[in-house]
Design a protein around this ligand. Structure first.
Ligand SMILES: [Zn+2]
Length: 387
């Protein structure tokens, strides 16, 4: 049976590598998951790079798959299938409420994020500290958030504000949390910045630098870690691929790779990547269903249902059930929604979906491998975590 670890040993290994290589920091990737082939893709990408990693499920993902324990079971089976039972992998709840945190702690997650960032700081601290008490008893790590992120992600939709670096050590000291999402100008979703935005003004790397320096000053940097949300790069070629196969995405703009690297060097130890994987998966679905194998829908009922969503024959909805233009779909849950969840949680091998899901897995694996190797600089760290 596969075993999950908390995020602490992973982030600590990245912190140690950062200390050993001044000016060339290291961080860990946290990748969102919704279905089985995506889980295998993330794991495969990590393994190819010898990188430890975090698989995270949002509240929406848990709901989509019918509960936290179903996601946990799916990830453990993917680990076993790839013979990664003892590989350093953390399963983390992204943007939890106090209730969903407790549910995930009891369902075998090894880490949770309690997002009280919209509450006043004192209440944020009190609730986060409460979750830390419950989680740490079970060896589960906790991420908090202070500040707020712009953009749209899951149930989070707000304007960007910036974290106050002076309060970062205070937040850790008062809550006992292991990690803290800081806001330095990144935002959620596929439309992060309009074309008119000057990223040098919006992305304030100095917020990270000052926060990290505070942790070092208090000697907290090997047990308290900074997290960057909304860090997808939105590769233009993937957007073009989606649009070449019937998509109608507008020019999307993510965080440039050099800005992620700057954040990493300034002290971010965990980067959250969701949108990039969604776009890659959507590109594979569209290419397969419209160009490479349009006839598959005659023999594969689940893929017929997915294509009916892209074609507008089944109404496309977002995660809140609101109608979406099918040309603008990027969230796989929208076009996977009519499909039986049990099929999506199972190994795809030997089914009519095998060819497409293998492509999805490989696409996710390639992107994860590229990021952890070239951007996060955590390739080869898996052994350091185990040690
Ligand atoms: Zn987030």
């Amino acid at each position: 049976m596969a075993k999950l670890v908390s995020m602490v040993p992973l982030l600590k290994a990245a912190e140690r590598r950062s200390q050993e290589n001044p000016g060339n920091g290291s961080s860990i990737g946290a990748f969102n998951v919704n279905f089985y082939a995506q889980a295998e893709g993330i794991l495969e990408g990590l393994r190819r790079a010898g990188a430890p990693g975090i698989i995270q499920a949002s509240r929406g993902a848990n709901k989509f798959q019918g509960g936290a324990s179903k996601i946990q079971d799916m990830v453990l089976r993917a680990m076993s299938s790839l013979k990664m039972d003892n590989y350093p992998v953390c399963l983390h709840l992204d943007h939890g409420t106090p209730e969903t945190c407790v549910d995930c702690i009891n369902s075998g997650f090894s880490s949770v994020m309690v997002d009280m960032s919209e509450e006043p700081l004192e209440r944020n601290i009190a609730v986060t500290a409460e979750i830390v008490k419950i989680a740490h008893k079970k060896g589960v790590s906790v991420e908090g958030e202070y500040g707020g992120l712009g953009g749209v992600e899951e149930d989070v939709e707000q304007q960007a504000v910036y974290s106050n670096p002076l309060l970062v050590p205070y937040f850790f000291a008062e809550t006992g949390a292991d990690a803290l999402a800081v806001t330095y100008g990144t935002s959620h979703g596929p439309n992060k910045f309009g074309p008119e935005v000057n990223l040098d003004h919006v992305l304030r790397i100095e917020v990270v630098e000052k926060s990290y320096r505070g942790l070092v000053a208090y000697g907290l940097n090997e047990k308290c870690f900074l997290v960057g949300h909304g860090s997808s790069t939105i590769p233009k070629d993937i957007v073009a691929e989606i649009n070449a196969n019937g998509g109608k995405l507008k020019d999307a703009r993510g965080v440039p790779l050099e800005k992620i690297i700057a954040g990493r060097n300034a002290g971010i130890r965990k980067f959250n990547i969701d949108t990039d994987l969604r776009l890659g998966i959507t590109a594979e679905f569209r290419k397969y269903l419209y160009k490479d194998n349009p006839d598959i829908v005659k023999k594969c009922e689940p893929l017929r249902l997915a294509k009916d969503v892209f074609d507008g024959k089944i109404a496309a909805k977002d995660k809140d059930g609101k109608p979406v233009d099918p040309g603008k779909l990027t969230d796989p849950r929208s076009y996977l929604d009519p499909i039986d969840r049990e099929i999506l949680r199972k190994d795809y091998r030997g089914t009519e979906m095998e060819e497409l899901m293998t492509r999805v897995k490989n696409r996710v694996a390639a992107h994860v491998e590229m990021l952890v190797t070239q951007v996060f600089n955590c390739a080869g760290l898996a052994d350091a975590v185990k040690a």
